[in-house]
Design a protein around this ligand. Sequence first.
Ligand code: SAM
Ligand code: SF4
Length: 326
Amino acid sequence: MATDLRVSLTDRCNLRCSYCMPPEGLPWLPNSDVLTDDEVIRLVRVAVERLGVREVRFTGGEPLIRPGLTKIVAASAELAPRPQLSLTTNGIGLERLARPLRDAGLDRVNISLDTLDADRFERLTHRRRHHDVLAGLTAAVAAGLTPVKINAVLLRGINDDEAPALLRFALAHGYELRFIEQMPLDAQHAWDRGTMITAAEILAALQAEFTLLPDPAERGGAPAETWLIDGSTGLDGRPAKVGVIGSVTRPFCGDCDRTRLTADGQVRNCLFATEESDLRSALRDGADDDEIARRWRAAMWGKRAGHGIDDAKFLQPARPMSAIGG
Ligand code: SAM
Ligand code: SF4
């Protein structure tokens, strides 16, 4: 059964990363379709108490723009067994929210940062907010939301020359960097297998400057393959690491232990699933916890063996990443 739950708290965002959504934004979910804070809290409780979920990650869209985030984190931290609680965010607003979120029980954050250059950031995201992300990173460490991880996506001709510089930056500040291969999850359907930057290219670029050693740690269901960086240590005094999530060229579907809940209460058993299970209607029709758990389990039984991106019959899911919850 799935032990790792990703909860999307909103499909809206204050950035427009080109690999995720178009500059004009998207037709957002109507408010009445989005789960209320109490509905989210109830579904997280069912997942922890009845499905065996041990790690809950809040995402979106941009989860920091959800007003009830701190309340949802606090309620999740009270569950037994207490799940690990983390957040994937673009970092904007974290300067203010890192401390309250830590106090509410948040354990860790992943912050997305694709470039060290403010102008490139604006070209990539259509917003001039680079300084806010950097402030968010600093605030996350100060609040103890560690290890702070950085997610970076490289795009050909835009920031594909920045892999070593991003790693130098991460090492200097004690952040753990992970590169993510660009996936066909953009709303514009502009993804192109031929031009995406592959895990092999990222590793070659890093190896030109760093000596990467195989990480002896057990990978388990983690999506990132990690390497130790010879001669560098992290904030905890252990060898520093870098990760690469090769979702397209080095898929890890066989070990995936994830279940996903969209902001409008649909369960997905895979980022690339083309089917969803409607828990919101069940909730609003008065289903009890047993019934919700039964429907959730049934949705997970349908998990396919792999995403099949390289398959000629591959169909990009109708929902973009921002609406699924990355
Ligand atoms: N807004 C938050 C953020 O950007 O971290 C959380 C949601 S975002 C969808 C989660 C992660 O998905 C980010 O690290 C982002 O870079 C990544 N992402 C979005 N679209 C992607 C794509 N097409 N391929 C690979 N990663 C993608
Ligand atoms: Fe927003 Fe995250 Fe998508 Fe960028 S990747 S547009 S920050 S949801």
